[in-house]
Design a protein around this ligand. Structure first.
Ligand code: J2J
Length: 547
């Protein structure tokens, strides 16, 4: 049941040796991480969730008690557990409890639904799914029970909140048990610690295996770059399980430095601006549309007069932040902007404190590490002239060498010498920083939420009245991009409403439901006979029946 070494790609020996010798990979592991920080920062506040406040010592105790409970339930070292939790304090105890046991979290986004959970649990052969009772009006329990019924390996569903009366669902609260040192794992720091989910391009999103060594290096280095310390108060405005708020420097960077993590249930200005004021938040991370909403709210005073004077840094990343918007951050919010260009596969770039304004507002920063190798190449993998746009390839101490159980995809997503093909088109700014100039992957970036076109096209193709489907990006002033589905009907076309209801019924995350649907007779074709998405985008407004 443990992670099979054949299912993932470790770094070649000589690279691992180099990263260790350079002091980047220190051998620190996740279970030891929390133990150590609890010893150093014991009575400091680690987590704030509404009125609830946990010290580092308390988080540590809770992780032990929950690890004991999960062990009693039957979860073992090496097994995978899908974590489907919103920003609640329990997320942190759950994650560290799993680490204590040596079990591997598989992070689902809170917005994910049956379709994504089935894929994650199935690919990881997870033994448990940990979710919440309700997400607003949506009851996660029947969905979780259904996933459990469909995935043979999935034995347990654990719920933060009320268990309800679905069979096989256990309340997290009922699990806590007497801590038991016999169950504590001491994982190999070079082994896989957890899985993140890729944005997806072809097929279904891939699982990203991250090790203790590589991830904790990126966390420590990020916390350093961002100047975190025990006075840092960090607001998790985005879903905390996303790589950005988890590690860039994210809640892990804050726990590394002895600061305080404040959870926000959602990123709206109505939720976050009062929290920033009340909890004296110093740092937070958002995607571009959220930054724009916050700036608009402050300019229009829609959340009243909020004292945001403790806020020192607003990190913006996940999607292109237009320079005009970037220039408004400091004057409107009274804090510094930091642009962050990262990916769950590894490489993270930051603009730095002290960078000239034009670098902070006009670039996406430079890599964390001197050991991050960056290539900017043409379609034949030859380096482009300096300053010209090209494909970004990268290799380094915290960038994966392969996705989990995806040999065919790995053959195209990585070069023979282990560079990851990010699918991003970048150019180098004279300062040395990278500027994201476009994208060469079949993915839509909807305000930071990534949508693999093929995944949605396949769902559309499952409809009996759909002959063919193609999903392309539709420019949007607020989200950057929205999704536009072009559909060729088989026989009588379904209505747009029917088609979208069909997708919802298939259990897709709401952000993946196409924003716009057009029925067309044919797709423009490229010379090789494949659908030309470029032409589809150009034809956007000139043909077809829009709905
Ligand atoms: C343009 N595109 C960006 C940016 C990511 C920190 C920050 C973000 C992510 C993330 C992350 C961008 N400008 N500033 O994991 O640790 C697009 C690129 C990239 C893809 C990765 C982190 N920042 N992007 O967004 O895995 O296309 O990670 O390849 O979700 O988002 O998406 P994801």
């Amino acid at each position: 049941r443990a992670v099979d070494p054949a299912d993932w790609t470790p770094w070649p020996r000589e690279y691992a040796d180099t990263y260790r010798a350079a002091g980047l990979w220190t051998g620190e592991t996740f279970p030891a991480f929390l133990r150590d920080r609890a010893a150093r920062f014991g009575e400091r506040t680690a987590v704030v969730d509404g009125d609830l406040r946990w010290t580092y010592a308390e988080l540590d105790r809770r992780a032990d008690a929950l690890a004991a409970g999960l062990s009693r339930l039957g979860v073992r070292a090496g097994e995978r557990v899908v974590v489907h939790l919103p920003n609640v304090a329990s997320l942190f105890e759950v994650v560290f409890a799993l680490f204590r046991l040596g079990a591997l979290p598989v992070y689902a986004l809170p917005a994910h639904r049956r379709s994504e959970l089935l894929h994650l649990a199935g690919t990881a052969e997870a033994v448990a799914l940990i979710t919440t009772d309700l997400q607003g009006a949506f009851d996660c329990r029947p969905m979780a029970a259904r996933v459990r019924a469909e995935i043979p390996s999935l034995e347990h569903v654990v719920v933060v909140g009320e268990a309800g009366d679905e069979e096989g669902v256990t309340a997290l609260e009922a699990l806590r048990a007497e801590p038991d040192t016999a169950i504590l794992a001491e994982p190999d720091p070079g082994s896989v610690a957890f899985f993140q989910l890729s944005g997806g391009t072809t097929g279904l999103p891939k699982l990203i295996p991250r090790t203790h060594d590589d991830y904790l290096y990126s966390v420590r280095a990020s916390a350093d770059i961002c100047g975190l310390d025990t006075d840092t108060v960090y607001l998790t405005a985005l879903p905390a399980v996303h790589n950005f708020p988890m590690s860039s420097p994210g809640f892990l960077g804050v726990l590394h430095a002895g600061g305080t993590v404040v959870t926000a249930p959602d990123p709206s200005p109505a939720t976050c601006l009062p929290l920033i004021e009340r909890e004296h938040v110093t740092h937070t991370a958002v995607v571009p549309p959220v930054a724009m909403l916050w700036m608009d709210a402050v300019e229009h005073g829609s959340q009243g007069e909020r004292d945001l004077s403790d806020l020192r840094v607003l990190q913006v990343g996940g999607a292109t932040f237009p320079p005009e918007a970037a220039r408004r951050v400091a004057p409107v919010l009274g804090c510094a902007l930091q642009q962050v260009f990262g990916m769950a596969e590894g490489l993270v770039n930051y603009t730095r404190d002290g960078d000239p304004d034009e670098v902070v507002t006009g670039t996406q920063g430079r890599p964390i590490s001197d050991h991050d190798e960056i290539l900017i190449v043409d379609d034949r993998d030859h380096p482009v002239p300096d300053g010209e746009p090209g494909h970004l390839l990268t290799r380094g101490p915290y960038t994966i060498r392969g996705y989990y159980r995806a040999p065919e995809h790995n053959a195209v997503a990585f070069t023979d010498d282990g560079f990851y093909r990010t699918g991003d088109i970048v150019r180098r700014h004279p300062s040395g920083a990278l500027v994201v100039a476009g994208r060469a992957k079949d993915q839509i970036n909807r305000g930071g939420e990534k949508i693999g076109a093929e995944e949605i096209e396949n769902h559309l193709l499952a409809h009996p009245a759909v002959h063919d489907a193609s999903l392309v990006a539709l420019p949007d002033p607020y989200l950057g991009e929205r999704t536009h589905a072009y559909v060729i009907a088989r026989g009588e076309a379904p209505t747009r409403g029917e088609l979208l209801a069909f997708l919802r019924e298939r259990g897709l995350a709401a952000y993946k439901i196409p924003d716009r649907v057009s029925f067309v007779d044919a797709f423009p074709a490229t010379a090789v006979g494949k659908t030309s998405k470029r032409d589809l985008r150009a034809a956007r407004t000139t043909s077809g029946t829009d709905h």
